[in-house]
Design a protein around this ligand. Structure first.
Ligand SMILES: [Zn+2]
Length: 118
């Protein structure tokens, strides 16, 4: 192996390793964002296990955070699509309750990284 090849491999590794680490972090997300009518009404850590109740103009939703996953455990909307969706755990995944105009999504608090990627 030539000296230049080794140098090239080191350069590639130096670029690839931080990028993959950032992508892994991005996959996991660490905050749960609750929006009603498009407005953020709450931000909860994905580590804060518990149940959270939200009253909207159209009804209520109970959101449960457990083992770094989140779901809508109970709601009085017709159809219960939000409850049936089950757990979400990846960054940028979301549960939407259309009748209540409520959105539960997982986001990463690493906003700076988003700017780098875009
Ligand atoms: Zn619903």
């Amino acid at each position: 192996m030539k000296k230049n090849d080794v140098f090239l491999i080191i350069i590639i590794l130096l670029i690839l390793v931080p990028v993959s680490v950032l992508f892994l972090l991005r996959e996991t997300g660490d905050k749960v964002l609750i929006k009603i009518d498009g407005k953020v009404v709450d931000t909860i850590s994905l580590k804060a296990d518990g149940q959270y109740k939200y009253e909207t103009d159209h009804g209520y939703n109970i959101v449960e955070i457990k083992d770094s996953k989140v779901r809508v455990i109970e709601a009085d909307c017709p159809g219960h699509d939000c409850v049936n969706k089950g757990f979400i755990k990846r960054n940028n995944e979301s549960i939407i309750c259309l009748p209540h105009r409520l959105e539960v999504s997982i986001v990463s608090s690493d906003e700076e990284f988003d700017i780098i990627v875009q």
